[in-house]
Design a binder for this molecule. Sequence first.
Ligand code: G
Ligand code: G
Ligand code: MN
Length: 452
Amino acid sequence: MRDTSSEVELRAELRRQAATDPLTGLPNRRALTSALERAAASGDSTAMLLVDVDSFKSLIDLLGHVAGDELLVQVASRLRAACPDSIVIRLGGDEFAVVVRSVESEVELEAMAWSLLDQIAHPFCLDGRTELVRISVGAAVVAPADVDSLVHRADVAMYVAKRSGGAMVVVYRPEFEEEAAAELHVERALSGLDYDDEFHLVFQPIVRSTDAEVIGLEALLRWDSPDLGSVRPDLFIPIAERTGEIGAIGRWVLNQACQQVADWAAAGLGEDLTVSVNVSPYQLDDDDFVPFVLTTLAEWGVPPGRLAVEVTESVAIQNTAVASRRLGELRDAGVSVSIDDFGDGFSNLGQLLQVPFDTIKVDRSLLLMLGEMSADMVGDPDKPFEIMQAIVSIASATGASVVCEGVEEEEQRASLVRSGVDYVQGYLTGRPQTAAAVEALLRGTERLRLVS
Ligand code: G
Ligand code: G
Ligand code: MN
């Protein structure tokens, strides 16, 4: 039997529909293989950009699903407009692929990827509100014969981009394979881990800058894995943030810190010290975060005033409203809030000032930068000192105090005192140390000495 022409048209239409994403009208994942094959047949090299919206889940929580869909439609149309000669595909969720026919070089591909980031950087108007959205791009380019490995390579590059914090373009390099494999080990070791077995907290003194009197302790997580050795939080926290494990880890840390404070208090030690706990922005996304903190404090009988949560500047980048509200609730209950790593991020000061806080912790990198400045300075030797003074002024205008981190030398401490910095934390006045060592310190068996 022969098809009538209308049946042929119908079949073609059904095929087209099956390969089209109904939301954005872009080709969907089914169209990927044929797009790659066509691109490989048409040029000397084939390239692909994987595009993924950063923190899409938090955006959805904030905006709702309707505006989330609208965002995806707008992202799709900006991507298409930015790459008129390429095939833009929606792979699913907030993930897109751009199949690029024949690029001259990786440099050209990278420039193309950055132009996508620029397009997306313009504010989106969603449901009457303006939102800033960031994307990450993993890029790879291969000879036509290797087109099968293209998706994998772009995926690995994306992994590296996300791990670096997002809003980033990463072009695949072979050495990423090893790094990605190492991270996968960490990811596996973390999942199903009994934290009590392998985690412990160390505590670093926060001291008054003038006389080194200990006024607080920052709790820092340590992981000693029988398989992997000691794994630094710099490495495993970002992985835990990606997998979602950070929620459970954060609860373990808070509980452990409160228990420790209660133990010390029972021994009559450190009853006027504040213990600071690092809190990932992802933890603030959770509705149960504030109730958990308050319940845990109550369970251990720890007054809320003895706890500080440290959040990095990056809380001010996304989800400012929700994060600010939750931090405000904690402060209303008596918990203090510190802005960690100040001067290290890219946050907008205006947005940051909307976050309620009690303390600014100046990042070590800023201290190092100011140190280099005074070493290189031909002109005004007071400049670094004045910059630090200006930070102190910003803090005091908001009623906050300043802790300067990473203080290793007496000279630095003296200069910070002159700038009006209230507190310092660093190897000079105390390394991160075990609870037992802190106990000895608090008992006064090991006094901190300061060259004055
Ligand atoms: O602990 P270390 O001195 O290596 O700290 C490295 C980084 O890991 C710091 O940025 C610190 O804030 C972070 N970090 C340490 N402990 C914790 C923790 O319990 N939770 C979170 N979210 N980050 C932590
Ligand atoms: O990001 P956060 O401020 O939470 O991280 C504290 C980190 O800084 C920890 O990794 C801690 O071990 C480290 N640290 C603390 N004091 C010093 C110091 O004086 N010098 C250096 N190099 N690192 C420090
Ligand atoms: Mn910190």
